[in-house]
Design a protein around this ligand. Structure first.
Ligand SMILES: [Zn+2]
Length: 70
């Protein structure tokens, strides 16, 4: 079930609501004022790749010729 974010056009409150796929076309009522004029906001899920910064790109040293003699 996707979690959508809505905004009430009446009172301006924003709220999140789990919406079933079958009820995706239905507008939920505002939990604050009970208004029916709610707008679905396009909220990107920001839980993917949570701050996994690639730190330390130092791969190998700068000393080249190491054990090439045979
Ligand atoms: Zn409202």
């Amino acid at each position: 079930m996707p979690l959508y974010e809505f905004r009430c056009e009446s009172c301006g409150e924003r709220f999140e609501k789990l919406v079933r796929w079958s009820d995706a076309e239905q507008k939920p009522h505002c939990p604050h004022c009970g208004g029916e004029e709610t707008r679905k906001l396009i909220s990107t899920v920001s839980s993917f790749g949570s701050g996994e910064s690639s730190s330390g790109l130092s791969s190998g040293g700068s000393c080249g010729s190491s054990g090439g003699f045979s």
